[in-house]
Design a protein. Structure first.
Length: 84
């Protein structure tokens, strides 16, 4: 399940709630001790545009993945637009 996007002055955020079977797969990969790399979370079936990074482990609910990307990120390339 994917949240709506929300933002602050620096980042755009969203969270993804994993099903129990997928959360177990995630735990096998990380042991619950590190963030997932993009190829890992995509390998678990998480689908989103480019530029998102898993940035925090929410200890009370580790099956909820927290993602962020800088404001102005191009969703196709994952690159941040340069400020002029």
């Amino acid at each position: 399940e994917y949240s709506e996007k929300y933002c602050d002055s620096q980042y755009e955020y969203r969270h993804v709630i994993l099903t129990k079977p997928i959360a177990k797969e995630m735990y096998k990969i990380t042991g619950g001790k590190r963030l997932l790399l993009e190829d890992e979370w995509r390998g678990l079936g998480v689908q989103q545009s480019r530029g998102w990074a898993h940035y925090e482990i929410h200890r009370p609910e580790p099956h909820i993945l927290l993602f962020r990307r800088p404001n102005g990120t191009d969703p196709v390339t994952g690159k941040v637009a340069r400020k002029v």
